[in-house]
Design a protein around this ligand. Structure first.
Ligand code: FE2
Length: 184
């Protein structure tokens, strides 16, 4: 199945708008970083074609959330963009692996327990990366911020871990394991 991520993006975002430009720039950077990581892991046999498309679509749900700094004026809290993106991709009839990348990329993935204990506005289920492609895209995403104030910054692995630690120590622990395995 050949999927053109731009045709999908343009179903929901108007080229030339702030949200389109931010989404496409960020997604391209994350795709490049994901392919770079995947290229160093031939022994794990990641699916490069899948990564190329799924990384372009991982943030498709942002327009449904409220995040004015990136031109998004939806109703949902920003933390919902992953699972809302999954719903969009599933509704379009894409194979479920694409939606799962979107649902599982927030932070270093979010556990069901985390959702329950912190009363997060998310469906109560585990949203943690499982496949190698999900882990790679989730990790790559942490190195670039969509916020125009920070989007030019080079983020280091130590900074990613520090930021994830602020959310919850299991985010930082999961990411640290990937950082070691992926030599980030
Ligand atoms: Fe992202």
């Amino acid at each position: 199945m050949k999927i053109d991520p731009f045709l999908i993006i343009e179903k929901f975002y108007q080229p030339g708008t702030k949200s389109y430009d931010i989404l496409v720039d960020h997604s391209r950077i994350v795709t490049e970083k994901s392919l770079d990581i995947a290229g160093r892991l031939p022994h794990l046999n990641p699916d490069l074609g899948f990564i190329q498309t799924a990384a372009m679509l991982h943030d498709i749900g942002i327009f449904l959330t409220r995040s004015e700094s990136i031109g998004c004026f939806g109703k949902a809290p920003y933390v919902c963009h992953g699972y809302l993106g999954r719903e969009l991709l599933d509704e379009l009839g894409l194979p479920p692996e694409y939606g799962l990348v979107s649902e599982r990329h927030t932070g270093a993935g979010i556990t069901k327990e985390n959702i329950r204990l912190n009363n997060l506005p998310l469906p109560e289920r585990d949203m943690v990366p499982i496949s190698i492609e999900e882990k790679i895209i989730c990790a790559a995403d942490k190195y670039h911020s969509k916020n125009p104030k920070f989007s030019d910054r080079n983020i280091t692995t130590a900074e990613v871990i520090e930021e994830l630690q602020k959310i919850n120590s299991d985010h930082a622990e999961r990411f640290t394991l990937w950082a070691e395995a992926f030599r980030l």
